[in-house]
Design a protein around this ligand. Structure first.
Ligand code: HMG
Ligand code: MG
Length: 311
């Protein structure tokens, strides 16, 4: 089954698919968990922006990540729009069954190219994570649910240091061979520079078609946009981003948010790529969540946009 956003991606080589991960990656690291209503309002705002893919939460242990508690309840309260694909992160069968029970039609499984990170994040080895995912993928197939894969620590791991590009390619290919329709490569701690990102894509693209690969860049050292530019040069056309640059990972201390959706939009639109985004609605969503969190928006473009509007 081809979704609306896949149709756009494949029928128009100038189209870049953006997966908005703010409600999940963005909020999973907040010191004080947001209320369900605040999480829902963020997603309702994002639904007005033209974004076609929104990761709304994760069905993980609330003891491990309290910020994502009740993501299934949240999902069930959202209006469904046939042009918007929601997804939920599910590390195992239990999480998948929760997502399935509320009618979610896309989930994401997540592992890493680093053993230590996988242990800290999902309490198992990389091989064990694949055992859990094979149960998820088998059940997903019988219910016609799409499964996306994530590989974390594609350049550096907070516990092991540098990770080999070949290991990243191996884990990504394994996820695709198992049945994931797309794999997002997570630069989890934001230390990468374009030269190192190039080597990761070189290794992956030797085995995997670019259409199956997404870039997920955290912006700790301000390198995310440079890394996305590098990725675009190598043919990658799918990127994850977070409204107002929210985000981080509870198991990667010091890592900051994802590239902001606003800055990604600016880069892509100025380079002539289509995203389907309504700029005013995007800026409204980013202003609303920044107000809820009482936080200065780190997006350069959002700040410039509001300064120009107020001048
Ligand atoms: P575990 O302790 O090994 O699991 O945790 P378990 O199977 O032994 O079960 C222990 C307890 O957890 C039991 O409850 C289970 O029922 C419960 P108890 O009997 O103690 O009351 N449990 C669950 N509850 C809800 N949903 C579930 C679930 N599974 C078990 N799905 C587990 C394993 C994976 C659950 C745990 O390690 C976990 O929840 N980890 C959180 C991982 C996470 O959310 N990390 C952040 C997202 S990944 C990320 O940010 C990176 C990414 O953005 C890309 C990048 O930037 O690199 C994607
Ligand atoms: Mg992330």
């Amino acid at each position: 089954m081809t979704t609306f956003s896949e149709h756009l991606t494949h029928s128009n080589s100038n189209f870049v698919k953006i997966v908005e991960v703010g409600p999940r990656d963005g909020l999973q690291n907040e010191k004080t968990p947001l209320t369900l209503d605040d999480r829902k309002n963020l997603i309702l705002d994002l639904m007005k922006t033209g974004l076609k893919n929104i990761e709304v939460g994760s069905c993980v242990s609330a003891k491990w990540v309290p910020q994502m508690a009740d993501s299934d309840v949240l999902f069930s309260q959202l209006p469904q729009d046939p042009n918007i694909q929601f997804s939920i992160l599910t590390p195992n069968l239990k999480g998948f069954e929760s997502a399935l029970a509320v009618g979610c039609t896309e989930v994401a499984v997540f592992t890493a190219a680093s053993e230590s990170f996988t242990r800290k994040n999902i309490n198992c080895t990389i091989d064990e994570s694949f055992d859990k995912f094979s149960d998820v993928l088998a059940l997903a197939k019988t219910h016609n649910i799409k499964v996306r894969g994530y590989v974390s620590c594609i350049v550096d791991c907070p516990y092991e240091g540098a990770i080999s590009p070949e290991k990243v390619a191996y884990v990504a290919k394994r996820l695709l061979d198992m049945g994931c329709y797309e794999v997002s490569l997570g630069e989890t701690i934001g230390t990468a520079t374009p030269d190192r990102v190039k080597k990761v894509w070189d290794a992956c693209l030797a085995q995997i078609h670019a259409e199956k690969l997404a870039g997920h860049f955290h912006n700790t050292y301000g390198m995310a946009i440079a890394n996305i530019y590098q990725s675009l040069q190598q043919g990658i056309r799918i990127f994850d981003s977070s409204i107002a640059g929210l985000g981080g990972c509870p198991y990667a201390k010091g890592a900051s948010g994802n590239v902001s959706t606003e800055d990604l939009y600016y880069l892509l639109s100025k380079m002539g790529f289509e995203t389907g985004i309504d700029l005013d609605a995007l800026m409204q969503a980013s202003q609303n969540i920044s107000q809820v969190l009482q936080r200065q928006n780190p997006s350069n473009y959002a700040n410039a946009y509001w300064q120009t509007r107020c001048a």
